[in-house]
Write a protein that binds this ligand. Structure first.
Ligand SMILES: Cc1cc2nc3c(=O)[nH]c(=O)nc-3n(C[C@H](O)[C@H](O)[C@H](O)COP(=O)(O)OP(=O)(O)OC[C@H]3O[C@@H](n4cnc5c(N)ncnc54)[C@H](O)[C@@H]3O)c2cc1C
Length: 428
């Protein structure tokens, strides 16, 4: 495989990290990032500071345009439409082609859509891109009524931002509490309860239809007031108020509806190119797809280990970044960088949540309580090893937990629950 040139498809954190690492590790050949959104930018602020108006668009960019010029990284504004792995040829939607010795697929994931009548109305929003945040932001103001469908990480962050900006918020989430596999049952309960404590109305149900405000019947399956056909907003259609009908009979009036019910990896181009795909573009631990010339990284990729074990797709920022640096090393034939146990963070209602490792599956849940509330949760396996930790406003605890997990240090559950024992002490 020639490394005279590398084309990276997608300029999210995974694609950007791949390109930056290739240069840092000495790749001097042609390097291009193709992305319809142009200059690579970061997504986590879209449901936090950017949505709240405390961070501007320029600060979303990983680096300014001059940095890309200085590092000889072309940023191609375009959408890759097809890939010929054998030729290393990427065809863009506008028909232009670009050839490369190696191609890195980093297209991320799309928001999962609600499959109910009315869900394709332009007043029904999602939150994956800067443009999505720009559509949502004007609705988040005093007096506005926002319905958020989905109480996972992004739904919860957006609901919290909407509330902080003065909107009236209804949160629809059938699972009580959500996020148990991510933070364990105790912290999940605490975090979910915060919504109601802060004044969000939480509905343990599911939406069955989204209609115009005046239409109360869930049987109204084809609302006629400007609903766009599937596949994109019609020009001139103004998103208007909606009524969200729930399975339990509740009708929620909304100025905007935000749907945050998970993501679907973008695999269509890889599949059409004949690459192995299974809920993600299948890659080995180094990011190699089933074709030696093509790598895949980030939310779109799913790792199959050498022994055949299929890992769950990671959907967090640091995992995407790490997959990019790993792929860059592999492309250059260099030793892979070492990464710690998987880590994520989330912010809502003024608290900072972090988690590391695995909080689901076999093991015993151990909880640290301070002032009557759970502040940290741990999962300990049968061999007395820590497999995961999550904490609210406990960054130092999570950092120490990561060291304990990475080093396989045995833990004593009695010390984990004891708030007077700094976790750092157990990490030595
Ligand atoms: C609103 C929001 C908040 C988040 N908050 C957190 C958080 O607090 N903590 C955390 O750990 N994680 C968070 N995440 C998750 C994290 O941001 C993602 O895991 C990460 O962005 C994945 O990186 P990626 O590069 O794989 O994909 P993305 O960042 O989604 O980037 C993919 C890029 O590929 C481009 N693309 C798609 N198709 C094509 C094509 N055909 N041709 C060319 N380019 C294409 C897209 O335009 C996009 O720029 C958040 C995500 C979102 C959306």
């Amino acid at each position: 495989m020639s490394l005279e040139s590398v084309v990276v498809m997608g300029g999210g954190v995974a694609g950007f990290a791949t390109a930056r690492e290739l240069r840092a590790r000495g790749h001097t050949g042609r390097l291009a990032i193709i992305d319809p959104e142009g200059l690579p930018y970061d997504r986590p602020p879209l449901s936090k500071q950017y949505l709240m108006g405390t961070q501007d668009a320029a600060r979303l960019a990983f680096e300014p345009a001059e940095w890309f010029a200085a590092h000889g990284i072309e940023v191609v504004h375009g959408t890759a439409a097809a890939l010929d792995p054998a030729a290393g040829r990427v065809t863009l939607e506008d028909g232009t082609t670009t050839d490369a010795g190696a191609v890195v697929l980093a297209p991320g994931a799309a928001a999962r859509r609600l499959d109910i009548p009315g869900a394709d109305h332009p007043g029904v929003l999602e939150l994956r891109t800067r443009a999505d945040a720009d559509r949502l932001r004007p609705h988040l103001r005093p007096g506005a009524r926002i319905v958020v469908v989905g109480g996972g990480l992004i739904g919860a962050e957006a609901a919290s931002a909407a509330l902080a900006l003065g909107a009236t918020v209804d949160l629809v989430e059938p699972v009580d509490p959500p996020l148990v596999p991510v933070v364990g049952p105790d912290l999940a309960r605490r975090l979910h309860a915060m919504h109601a404590e802060r004044g969000i109305r939480v509905h343990g149900s599911v939406p069955v239809a989204i209609t115009p405000p005046e239409a109360a019947s869930p049987s109204l399956s084809t609302p006629s007031d400007g609903v766009r056909p599937a596949g994109g907003a019609s020009p001139g259609v103004v998103p208007g108020p909606r009524r969200v009908l729930l399975a339990d009979g509740t009708a929620l009036e909304a100025d905007a509806v935000l749907v945050g019910i998970g993501i679907v990896p973008r695999t269509a181009l890889a599949e059409a190119a004949g690459l192995a795909v299974e809920d993600g573009i299948l890659v080995d631990a180094a990011g190699r797809t089933s074709h030696p010339r093509v790598f895949a990284v980030g939310d779109a990729a799913r790792t199959r280990l050498a022994d055949g074990t299929l890992l769950r797709r990671a959907e967090h920022w640091e995992a995407a970044l790490n997959s990019g640096t790993t792929a860059a090393a592999a492309l250059l034939g260099q030793a892979p960088p070492a990464h710690g146990a998987p880590w994520f963070w989330s912010d809502r209602h003024g608290v900072h949540v972090e988690g590391v490792g695995r909080m689901a599956g076999a093991g015993t849940h151990v909880v640290r309580v301070e002032g009557g509330v759970p502040v940290a949760a741990f999962l300990v396996d049968d061999g007395g090893r820590l497999t995961g930790c999550a904490a609210v406003d406990g960054g130092l605890t999570v950092r120490a937990a990561r060291r304990i997990i990475d080093r396989g240090i045995p833990v004593d559950p009695a010390q984990l629950v004891d708030p007077s024992v700094p976790l750092k002490k157990l990490a030595r």
